[in-house]
Every structure is written in C-alpha cells, then in structure tokens.
Design a protein around this ligand. Structure first.
Ligand SMILES: NC(=O)c1ccc[n+]([C@@H]2O[C@H](COP(=O)([O-])OP(=O)(O)OC[C@H]3O[C@@H](n4cnc5c(N)ncnc54)[C@H](O)[C@@H]3O)[C@@H](O)[C@H]2O)c1
Length: 381
C-alpha cells in the first residue's frame, strides 16, 4: 500500500485483517512514526484496535508484491489543474520492484486518462483504477460496506482487481474500463457539489426576498419528485470541493454547470462573511461556532467555516472568537473560546458547523443574541 493517509491506512489495516501480508509504504517519516505509535486520526479507535491486533510492516519504499495499491494525494494546483506528481513518484518507486504480471491498483482520485498513463509508465504490469468513496468520520465502515467500481486498463486487470477487493470488502464490486471508472468517481462528487450549490443558490435568493430558505426548501420538498439539499456556509472537504475541477479540466465550454456550482460556492462563503462582518462593523463581538468542514469531524481541509472565520478575524481583529470542540488547538491567528464563554459573552453567534454540542444548545441559551445560522441547525429547536 503506497500512501498511508486517510484512504491508504484504513485500507491497509483491513487488508492485513483479512489475512494479506501488507507492507505499508509511507514517504513521510513523521507519519510513519505517528502510525507506529498509534497516533493518526482523532476519530479512529476502530482503526487503532485493528492495528494493535495485526500490526503493519511500515517502510519508506515499496518491495516486491503481487498487488501494489497507490493511495497518494492528487491535489489541485493553484491554476485548478490536477497535480499528479505524487502518482508519478509512486510509479517510479515501483519500477525497481515490479515483476511482470503484478497488479497495480490506483485508488487516488484522478482525471480521465491518468490510469492509462500510469499503465504506460509501468510496462508489464496489469493496471486498474479503484476509486474510493469513503466518508471522513466513518471510513472503516464505508471501506468495508460501500459498493465499489474497478476499472481495468484491460478486462483481465479489472477481473483481478475485483477478486482482490472481494477478498476484503463486503460491498458489491462492479467491473468496468479504467476511463469510465475515473469519470464515474468524478461525476459522483460533482453531482454532490452541483446539488449543494443549488441549495446554496436558493438560500442566496431567499435572502434577497427576506425569506427563510430552510422553510422555502421544506415547502418545495413536499413535491413528490423534489429533494433540494440543505444549504450551508459552503462546500468543503478533501473531495467535493476539488474533484469537480478534475472533471471540468480541459473541457472548455462543455463544462458549464460544474464551474457555475463552484462560483456559487464562492458567493455563498462571501455572503456569510459579509453578514458577519456587518455585525462586527456595528461593534458586536462575534463567536464563530465550528471550523471543520462538516459536523462532528476534526477535518479542516477546504473548510468554508475556517475560511469565513479566518477572513472575519483578519477584517476585525479582537472582535472574533472561534469555538471548535473537535480540535485541541486552533489554527494560528484565531482567538479561541469555549462554547460556554461564547454563549455567555458574545453579542452574535455564527453557527458555521452543526457539531453535536452546538446542536444541543437550547434556545434559551442563545436568547438575546444575534444568530446567523447558515445550516438552519437551530431553526427547529
Ligand atoms: N480522504 C478522503 O476522504 C478520500 C476519499 C476518496 C478519495 N480520496 C483520494 O484518495 C487519495 C489519497 O487521499 P488521502 O486523503 O488518503 O491523502 P493523504 O494526504 O491523507 O495521504 C496520502 C499519503 O501518501 C503519502 N505519499 C505521498 N507520496 C508517496 C509516495 N510516493 N510513496 C508513499 N507514500 C506517499 C503522503 O505522505 C500521505 O501520507 C487522493 O487522490 C484523494 O483524492 C480521498
């Protein structure tokens, strides 16, 4: 397993638990040390328990194996093009140990065509794309149970990939070609992004009419074939906010909705920033509740809450405090507060993330305060 991050480490643990001999290859020495000491993700007691029972062999370089799984990062560059250098580096490190007929599985999210390019760089290997669908916060269960698709550069690679995943996951495994698997993965996250973008656009439009977007959406959803998603302060996380650009990459005018959804996301973040900023400009102290990209996780990647809180702090230094019960320490530059102190002292509350402790705040505890609630988490209470 090349890359022991959010995806690779739990997958390696499940493989080892299923009886495979697994070498966990991690380029970052500090991450290897953390894994060896049982320190990785805040919320993964289940993973820790598996790794206590079946410890992983940790290494900096790959070794000989029948199956090589690549789960390295595929970030987005500043210019919104996919950065594939980690996949390329992983492929180069495999060249030294690869035997003819070895199966190479690319789990990293990639633009269409990248798996075929990987196969061209690894002569003699059978290559397939096996995209991940895990949800941060529930990764082990999702790895075990989610249906998955395996796209072979050749039909034989797809069949071997399927047999491999069926050896350790319970979900149904569907075979296809590599490019279809690549595109399907990108379509999944783009679908989520466009639909959340629609809900957020509805919220922006409702605000112009002075209406409660959550009420309007609740009414519209009484139609039997309508299911508008819940608005919020924007889309975050490692996948949904980035993968749409992989799909739109190089498509020119053929991709219209996808960039539009991304633009709605920027407008949504700006809307809530301006709303909170107006309160600060009126002299109020604002407490931002939550910095993570979604409820009940400690993950800050691409988080709209973190962006809004950071910009608000930069504009109004000293007037903004942040409460994030999922983190022991806040990112630099943000002023920390506890929930109790925010409820006692802040003039205004900006509920950016509906973490469980925030959902549990009773209406009387926030009485008399100005409340901004992009997700509508407090409107029913
Ligand atoms: N995190 C998720 O929820 C999720 C879900 C679906 C798909 N994905 C995709 O899976 C891939 C991995 O994501 P992640 O969240 O696990 O990333 P991550 O950053 O948590 O982990 C990747 C790891 O790979 C290591 N690495 C980089 N180059 C390496 C190399 N050449 N050899 C060995 N190790 C190397 C890094 O040091 C890092 O520890 C990405 O393409 C991502 O888009 C992630």
């Amino acid at each position: 397993m090349l890359g022991l991050g959010y995806v690779g480490l739990p997958a390696a643990a499940l493989l080892a638990e299923a009886g495979h001999a697994v070498r966990g290859v991690e380029a970052d020495a500090s991450r290897r040390a953390a894994i060896a000491e049982g320190r990785f993700f805040a919320d993964d007691e289940g993973l820790r328990a598996i790794l206590r029972r079946v410890p992983l062999e940790l290494a900096a370089e790959p070794g000989p194996a029948e199956v090589h799984v690549i789960a390295v990062p595929t970030p987005l560059r500043e210019d919104r093009t996919p950065e594939l250098r980690f996949v390329q580096a992983a492929a180069e490190s495999l060249l030294a140990v690869l035997s003819p007929g070895d199966l190479v599985l690319l789990e990293s999210t990639v633009p269409v065509g990248a798996t075929a390019a990987l196969a061209a760089a690894l002569p003699g290997a059978e290559v397939a794309h096996a995209p991940e669908r895990v949800l941060p916060g529930n990764i082990l269960a999702e790895l075990r149970r989610n249906p998955r698709i395996v796209g072979g550069v050749t039909p034989r690679a797809a069949a071997r990939a399927r047999a491999f995943y069926e050896s350790f996951v319970e979900g149904e495994v569907t075979e296809t070609d590599a490019a279809s698997a690549e595109m399907a993965k990108l379509v999944e996250n783009s679908f989520r992004d466009v639909n959340i973008g629609f809900a957020n656009e509805v919220a922006l439009l409702a605000a112009r009419h002075g209406l409660d977007a959550h009420h309007v959406i609740g009414l519209a959803n009484r139609h039997p074939r309508v299911s508008v998603l819940r608005p919020g302060p924007g889309v975050g996380g490692h996948c949904i906010a980035l993968d749409p650009w992989f799909l739109a990459h190089g498509a020119g005018d053929a991709a219209r909705l996808i960039p539009a959804a991304r633009a709605v996301d920027a407008a949504t973040r700006a809307h809530w920033l301006e709303a909170a900023s107006a309160l600060c400009a009126a002299g109020m102290g604002v407490s931002c509740l939550g910095l993570a990209y979604k409820a009940d996780v400690a993950d800050l990647r691409e988080s709209p809450a973190l962006w809004i809180a950071g910009e608000l702090t930069r504009r109004h230094p000293g007037q903004v405090r942040c409460v994030e019960p999922m983190l022991e320490r806040l990112p630099d530059g943000l002023l920390a507060s506890t929930l109790d102190a925010a409820l006692a002292g802040a003039d205004a509350l900006l509920l950016l993330v509906d973490h469980a402790p925030f959902r549990a705040v009773p209406p009387e505890a926030r009485r008399g305060k100005v409340v901004l609630d992009p997700r509508g988490a407090w409107r029913d209470a």
